[in-house]
Design a protein around this ligand. Sequence first.
Ligand SMILES: [Zn+2]
Length: 68
Amino acid sequence: MPTTPNPSQPALEHFLCCVCGGSTAGAEDSVLLAVTSPKGPTEQWLGAHAEHLNDLLAPGFAVEVHRM
Ligand SMILES: [Zn+2]
């Protein structure tokens, strides 16, 4: 049975890391960030490598990769 892509959960292979600009396709630590606006239901999705994202975060914040 074909599955219909869920637009609220875009496929990881379409994303580039927002830190290094490299593709996250096939990366074991690839993550998606959902950025929302208080002004409406719109969402912006950003891809990243968890390791690169951790380099940017303030102390005390960490990105965990949860396998689906
Ligand atoms: Zn990266």
